[in-house]
Design a protein. Structure first.
Length: 295
């Protein structure tokens, strides 16, 4: 409840201020927020301390510390691992738009209802079924070693390119299903309304259905791309000097696994911000769907 301020506002309009009851309610909410944050921080610190104590007091901790947490090995391997990680980032940046394009085309093909396009729809369905069923690392082997063995003209021989192609084929199938779910989630009345305004079926799909569907599937797409960034390490089985391969080389030379820790930290540093951004988008979409939510 609000009360008019003394003297009023210029022009005769009364100025409204918060009532004492509302200010007290806001103060209670702030105190509750501070208390909750303090409890969460204290419980988190206690949990970390207990876990750290258990790990450090374990019988094999000294051996683990020597094998996985050697600072000299970490600093010695980090430059090469970081240089290899740039290759992972390049594969990710090139594969991502190709996966989006392939996934959208496959999703649209699966939505064709004209009997004339049945072969295309069947091919799109077979693609998603087959490539979602093959483990990604196995697909990397099949593409990386199988395509060059065919000795076809124009087939690339770069292990990084072949590994990226395998990732595109694998993740394209998953992204196609994400797009298809987003398109199917749009109520048919949206397309019917567009058709009543004179738009053709392709125009209704392009200008009305797809924009809404894409906005809905952004969070799951970002989750897929967080997984894609990690799976770029799978191309190491083909031999390119990316982060995991560089860590393997250093570990083979010193019989120490600290370089793997360096590679893992680089992947975490890239995927965690993407995960938090995904959570932010999901929360914002939920607020928009809630009654009275913003546009």
């Amino acid at each position: 409840m609000k009360a008019p301020a003394e003297g009023g506002a210029p022009g005769g309009a009364a100025a409204w201020v918060k009532s004492e009851r509302q200010r007290e309610r806001e103060r209670r909410r702030r105190r509750a927020g501070v208390r909750s944050a303090s409890l969460a921080t204290a419980s988190s610190l206690l949990f970390v301390a207990v876990v750290a104590g258990i790990v450090v007091s374990s019988p094999g901790w000294s051996r683990v510390q020597e094998t996985f947490f050697d600072w000299s090995e970490f600093t010695g391997a980090l430059p090469d691992v970081l240089r290899g990680f740039w290759l992972n980032v390049q594969v990710f940046l090139i594969a991502e738009p190709l996966i989006l394009l392939l996934g959208l085309l496959v999703a649209l093909a699966r939505g064709l209802r004209n009997p004339l396009f049945f072969p295309l729809r069947a091919l799109a369905t077979a693609y998603t079924d087959v490539f979602r069923g093959i483990p990604t690392i196995l697909l990397v082997y099949l593409v990386g070693f199988g395509l060059p063995a065919l000795q076809l003209q124009g087939v690339p021989d770069s292990p990084a390119v072949l590994g990226g192609l395998a990732l595109v084929l694998s993740y394209g199938a998953y992204v196609a299903e994400v797009f298809r779910a987003g398109i199917d989630s749009i109520h048919p009345s949206q397309q019917a309304a567009a058709r009543s305004l004179g738009l053709s079926r392709p125009q209704a799909l392009r200008f009305v259905v797809l924009p809404q569907a894409v906005r809905r599937v952004v969070p799951p797409l970002l989750n897929d791309f967080a997984s894609l960034q990690k799976d770029t390490a799978l191309i190491a089985v083909l031999g390119p000097l990316e982060a995991l391969r560089q860590a393997q080389i250093h570990s083979a030379e010193t019989f120490n696994y600290t370089p793997y820790l360096a590679a893992a930290m680089l992947f975490v540093a890239l995927t965690v911000p993407m995960a938090r951004f995904t959570d932010h988008l999901a929360a914002r979409a939920e607020r928009r769907r809630a009654p009275g939510g913003g546009s």
